[in-house]
Design a protein. Structure first.
Length: 411
């Protein structure tokens, strides 16, 4: 793969030195297409357009799993966009190593990113061989259980405060004709759910032994077996969801057709669009109500090398705009995510976002699976859990053995 990337460098061209700046159009590709996501993207576009340049929206429907191959193909095929979204972590690692992405160290130094971006691991995830290659835009954490207060009222049970209480309430929800757990059919949702179970129910030590140390004894042992038992419970509770996209699953919760959903904090954008109020219409349990920790996952923008001097200059302007305090507040309030800056006023946040900010302030954060595992291993995990959650015959024990084999092959 690296050979193919290197061969594409000449096709992609090299960046020219910055000359006299003038406003220009800049295509930005991303996979933010739900209602809440579109509202957040509009804030980025508005802020960039205010610089005199023009944001040309390159939204790709179908989530990251669909969008990333298209983005990578364009960059390696000599048709790079001006900027592109990836998640924090190793998704763009080979593109950077192939020399196809712009070094942003000069922008980061001038704007003092190391002083304002927190936690430091966000910028670390953008850094390869001492150079900074991306501008983080938010902190998205996966470790949330979103609950429909109306659904539990209909079922005649209290809104759960822990994962175990949630599992115990499932029969009452089913009796009331409510799907206990909303889960979309995309593979990344199944894999993400498992990772949330691993960190929230297994704890930080088990999580890092499994994904950080790639420890065989942990992956095949009783601690991981408990997580797979919880995944089996989740599989049973999700039967009957019958939706594909994550925001369709969120809508089941919003409309009271499902009791809850394990999904990242980007789900808040959908609740906001639906005019639902945190604590009144829906509840949120960080760490599934067990371990209130969050992973420092999220989104960042990378900038392919371009031959057009004006567009290259506009790339630097966009990078600055993304980290600008006003942009950080406006974007993240709409997105439901946390800002990457520690010096902005987020007093307008709702109750659930405040929980996330408190966890972040306490330092109860961990690296995401995207940072600990390569894109290839993540894809294999997604395939496994997509199969597991769709299967009626694969046992938890068989799935555990397969995951151990996948992690054993990790770099």
């Amino acid at each position: 793969m690296m050979t193919r990337f290197r061969a594409a460098i000449l096709a992609a061209g090299v960046v020219l030195p910055l000359g006299a700046a003038h406003a220009t159009d800049l295509e930005v590709t991303h996979w933010w297409t739900s209602g809440g996501e579109a509202a957040a993207v509009a804030e980025l576009a508005k802020a960039f357009d205010a610089t005199g340049n023009k944001w040309v929206d390159g939204a790709i429907a179908g989530s990251g799993g669909t969008a990333r191959p298209i983005m990578i193909s364009r960059i390696t095929g000599g048709d790079p966009m001006g900027a592109t979204q990836f998640n924090h972590g190793r998704q763009a690692e080979e593109l950077v190593q192939a020399g196809l992405m712009r070094d942003l160290t000069d922008v980061a130094t001038a704007e003092k990113w190391k002083e304002v971006i927190r936690p430091a691991s966000l910028l670390d995830a953008c850094t390869i061989d001492g150079k900074i290659y991306c501008a983080p835009v938010n902190i998205h954490s996966w470790q949330w259980l979103w609950l429909s207060n109306a659904a539990f009222k209909t079922a005649g049970v209290e809104v759960p405060k822990t994962w175990d209480e949630y599992v115990a309430a499932a029969p009452a929800l089913e009796k009331a004709g409510i799907v206990p757990l909303a889960l979309g059919g995309q593979a990344w949702q199944s894999a993400g759910l498992f990772d949330v179970l691993l960190l929230s129910l297994g704890g930080k030590d088990v999580y890092f032994k499994a994904y950080g140390d790639k420890d065989e004894a942990t992956l095949t042992g009783p601690d991981m077996a408990k997580i797979f038992k919880a995944a089996d419970d989740a599989r049973r509770m999700a039967k009957g969801s019958n939706v594909q996209d994550w925001n369709q699953a969120t809508n089941l919760v919003i409309t009271g057709k499902a009791g809850g959903q394990v999904m990242g904090d980007w789900a808040q954008g959908e609740f906001q669009i639906a005019n639902q109020k945190a604590g009144t219409d829906y509840s949120c349990l960080p760490g599934l109500g067990v371990n209130a920790m969050i992973s420092t996952n999220g989104d960042a923008f990378y900038f392919p090398l371009l031959t057009d001097a004006a567009k290259s200059e506009a790339q630097g302007v966009l990078a600055k705009t993304i980290i600008d305090p006003a942009t950080q507040v406006a974007f993240n309030l709409k997105k439901g995510s946390l800002p990457v800056r520690g010096d902005v006023d987020m007093s307008a946040t709702n109750d659930c976002m405040k929980k996330g900010l408190d966890i972040l302030a306490k330092g109860d954060v961990v690296k995401s699976a995207d940072e600990l595992l390569s894109a290839d291993i993540q894809k294999q995990k997604e395939d496994l859990f997509s199969e597991f959650f769709a299967s009626t015959t694969m046992t938890a024990e068989d799935a555990q053995k397969r995951l151990a084999g996948i992690i054993a092959s990790a770099e």
